[in-house]
Structure formats: C-alpha cells, structure tokens
Design a protein around this ligand. Sequence first.
Ligand SMILES: [Zn+2]
Length: 396
Amino acid sequence: MPSANNSDGSLAWLRDRNRQRVMEILRMQGQISQADIARATGLSRTTVSSLVAELKEAGRVLDVDPKPGPARGGRPGVRLVLRDPGQVVAGIDFGHSHVGIAIADLAHNVLAERFFELDVNRQAVEALDRAADMFGEVVEAVGVDRRRVLGAGIGIPGPVDRARGTAGSATILPGWVGLRIATEMEERLGIPVQIENDANLGALAELVWGAGRDCSNFAYIKAATGIGAGIVIDGRLLRGATGTAGEIGHTTLDEAGPLCYCGNRGCLETVASGPAIVELVGPVNGERLTLARVVELASDGDVRCRRAVADAGREIGVAVAGLCNLINPERVIIGGLLSRAGGVLMNPLRESIRRHAVQAAAEAVDVRAAVFVERAELLGSVALALLGSHEMVRAV
Ligand SMILES: [Zn+2]
C-alpha cells in the first residue's frame, strides 16, 4: 500500500526533523527548559515533551540543575542539556598579537580561558605550534581527557577561504599565505577543527550569548583596527560563495579618496579604521596615541578625539545603511574596540543610517552595542565549535 507507506514516511521524516530542531536548540542554548524549547521551535509542549522523552531514553539528553552560562543568570526550573556534559569543545582565537584559548562543555560552561602574547602576524607556524602546546596545557589544567574534546573552532583576524582552509588575504596576514590552517591544526590537535574570521566569530558570540540571542536577522559590525561585518540571516551565518561575505570595510565611499591597502581607493577603512582615526588625531604632546587611548579620551570629552570617533561613526553608518537596504536586518550590533566609545560613536552612526538607508529599513533597525568586546572572538570560536559539535560527534 504505497499511500500508507508514504504517509508513514513523511510522518517519520517530520518527527526526525523536529528532533533535529530540538537538538539544534540545545546546542545553541547549552541549557534550556522544555517550555523554552517549545517557544524557540514553535512546536507544541506535548510534541516537545514526547521528543524529549525519546531523546532521554536514547541517552542523548539529560536533566540538570540550572547553572549560569557565560552571560546569563540561571533561571529556576529543570533544564535539559545534551548528554555527557563531560565532553568539551575548544575555542582558539589568533589575534594579531595574541592567542586565546577556551574550553567549554556542551552545557555552555566555559571551564578555562587563557591569553598569551605572540607575534601572530609574522610567525604563523610558531603561532600554530604554540597554540597546540597551550591547548594541551589547558585541557590538562581543567582535568579533561583529551579524547573528550570533540573539536575546535579557530578564529583568524582576516578573511577565510573556507574551501582551502587558508587565510584569504595576503595583505592582512602576510605570514599566513598558503598555510592550510585547518589541516595544520587538525594534525597538531588530533580533532576536527573549523576556521572563521573575526567578524563572523563576533556575530556567533552575540547570536549564542549576547545582543543577538533573541534575534535571527542581524548584522554584527566589528569596528576596530579593521572594519568587518558578520551577517546572520534566519539564525545562520551568511558566508557567501568563498567565505568573504561581510567585507564592509572595503565599501567604496570616495572613488578619488586615499589608496587603501586592499588596492582600491576611498574604502571605509581609509577613513574609519583604527589606524585612520589614530592618524587623524595625530600625536598629542609628541606622543602617538593608541586606538584604545583615543576611545578613552573621546569618552572623557576630549574634543579632538570625540570628533574623530564621531566622524568614523558617521562614515560607518553610510556603509551600514547600504547593508540595511540589502538585507533589512532587525538589529545592527556594533562591536570591536570602537564600540567602547558608546554614544560618541553610536549617535552619528544611527543618524547616518537614518539619512542614507531607505525609510522602511532605517525605521525597522535597532542599533545597539555588542555585549562582548575583548572576548568576542574567543567566545565566538567556542560557539563555532559548539554549533558544529553535532558533526564532530558523528565524526569521532
Ligand atoms: Zn580597501
């Protein structure tokens, strides 16, 4: 009886799909109550309850006492976690001059977090070796058997060529040209790894724990030494054909403007990146300021620094307005060191979006500061590993 088989088949398919959605929410939230799973998936409480019972019986989830995650206070009530919270993932973040490592369990508890200073830009192979040593040390320090580490998310401060697993730009990370980062790290760590750029990692950290938790369409803007965007559409990162989606820093604002290191003229980064702002402010009492110091002085009311940061906000807003016209996000989350300037940066940025985006897109968008600044990339690399842990479980 083909019709009966088909109907059974589609019911089984639907149930399987709903089960996958419940698992996906658990990976995303770490710990969550059944009522919140129902709210997040739109499934009825009865359906969720029966799926959870099935998953418990299969030994895939279990009840826990509520524990606070990295950015949330524990709410009362029994929560569910993926079974075996003893399994962990690692996040490894390569900055321009540091390496950060974090270990987290599947219930999203960050068990350890370390930072080390290192000239990452120039010493690529040394940085990979050092990161692998640190990984071993941190795993041992938290008392986890190495075989319990499911996989690692790895962040690099530049575009990522996902197909080749390499840094996608020779001008941003000169020492990393041609290095197959993913393969090299898999060999050193002996676990599956995924790599991603810094702006995308910032977006993932905000999606899982920060200002994008309750939002499935948003753009995260990292405004620091470089300017990049991580775009989340329908709850997923938009990577594009070759992984370079979100290179908003190289939006042309002035065709006759100054030459950018990318080879074009008048890019957003030539007027609003950290080095551009520092250059504009110039030396004070013979001393060249750092971006962090400029941001601090701007917040304290120094007129030159305020003006430089405000102008950068206005220019970033022009590029973000274009992005709003294209993707109509619900929220724009501003992160990176510049976001520490608060209203000095954000007000002109908002004003620019109002002036340059179509009215409907400009009115709909809520522009707010990111929750994570210094830890954005490291937590994002943990989130990358957690969200991919499903595949990693199947791979081990
Ligand atoms: Zn450029």
